[in-house]
Design a protein around this ligand. Sequence first.
Ligand code: 5GP
Length: 145
Amino acid sequence: MSQASYDPNNIFAKILRGELPSHKIYEDDDTFAFMDIMPRGDGHCLVIPKKPARNIFDVEDDSLAAVARTTRKLAKAAVEAFSADGVMIQQFNEQAGGQVVFHLHVHILPRFEGIALKPHTGQMADQAVLAEQAEKIKAVLAAQA
Ligand code: 5GP
């Protein structure tokens, strides 16, 4: 498999630099978390490392560990915020592995008994709904702090 290099103009790099907006949920020295703009369910959010990394193949160990820590923190908060029954964690690598945005990211998808994920429609969610959902998760994080 050939591994392309990191493109600093990918969408998530632009979000990290503040060049594109996002519904931010959490940030620390090494990671950033925000709502997925085309959610496949309530509370669908993403965790990314601040250090440039295309995917699992080039991410530095410390950066990956930081992403894992934030993923667990956000997964617990999202489950509580939406009273979910479980959570799905997904991470895709290269086009054949389902990756579309080439800055490493982990999907956090709260899951509910008997409710299927929405299909990938390519439709952006209502911004007000995303903002409200981000606030719900942030409120749980704030209560833990
Ligand atoms: P993947 O690369 O893991 O297959 O998918 C990328 C994910 O990023 C998709 O779930 C998509 O909805 C999300 N996404 C794509 N563009 C944007 C964007 O501009 N902002 C946000 N918040 N999410 C995005």
